[in-house]
Ligand binder design. Sequence first.
Ligand SMILES: NC(=O)c1ccc[n+]([C@@H]2O[C@H](COP(=O)([O-])OP(=O)(O)OC[C@H]3O[C@@H](n4cnc5c(N)ncnc54)[C@H](OP(=O)(O)O)[C@@H]3O)[C@@H](O)[C@H]2O)c1
Length: 240
Amino acid sequence: MARVALVTGGSRGIGAAISQALKDAGYSVAATYAGNDEAAAKFTDETGIKTYKWNVADYDESKAGIAQVEADLGPVDVVVANAGITRDAPFHKMTPEQWHQVVDTNLNGVFNTVHPVWPGMRERKFGRIIVISSINGQKGQFAQVNYAATKAGDLGIVKSLAQEGARAGITANAICPGYIGTDMVMAVPEKVRESIIAQIPAGRLGEPEEIARCVVFLASEDSGFINGSTISANGGQFFV
Ligand SMILES: NC(=O)c1ccc[n+]([C@@H]2O[C@H](COP(=O)([O-])OP(=O)(O)OC[C@H]3O[C@@H](n4cnc5c(N)ncnc54)[C@H](OP(=O)(O)O)[C@@H]3O)[C@@H](O)[C@H]2O)c1
């Protein structure tokens, strides 16, 4: 039977490319989203991948949503914690609300997504946890104290889960994309975007599919010895 993959924020941007690539690789895929029903319906029409709506920042919603996915498709073998947001502001202007929104979605959202599937993965002795972090979690970024903190926190999550899950056949890894041409980056003013591209040795933004190929690699049975690691996919912009 096909393995089941859950992709949070899997209806748009990087997540949509990940959902499609996992489907192409033979997985049964569930893609989640937060509120953009129109984009989710279009995505399902175009790909045949079922979408589920819940807020990853809410533990009870996540648990109930995952239970529904498992009732529909079977136990989740692969989790891609991809849903994420930005609420940028220089620190002196950052509001507590901007801080909490980003922490609740990008950091607590990873806990809320992985925690409900963890016991089942331990019992079945197989699991793949893949967290989509960011170059800015590795290097920090002006006006992104909130975002960079959560994305650095994601790396701590996978390094710890890797140690806890290894004996149970579960791996946990992170991908740190550089700047990828999705709505999140296209929302940045054009002048700022141009200055970002000027800092990328590859001379271009990344494609969502370039991140999706990393996910398919980490999800596979063959990647069992790769655990607690971080793949940087950033066009040469930053080396760890
Ligand atoms: N784009 C980049 O250059 C870049 C670089 C490094 C890292 N990343 C990371 O890659 C991931 C995907 O980014 P992206 O650019 O593809 O984002 P995007 O185009 O803005 O898409 C975000 C997706 O996440 C969903 N989402 C947002 N908040 C959610 C919540 N609270 N609960 C459930 N789903 C939620 C959205 O659902 P709706 O459609 O309903 O809004 C959408 O499906 C994020 O974690 C981001 O931090 C992106």
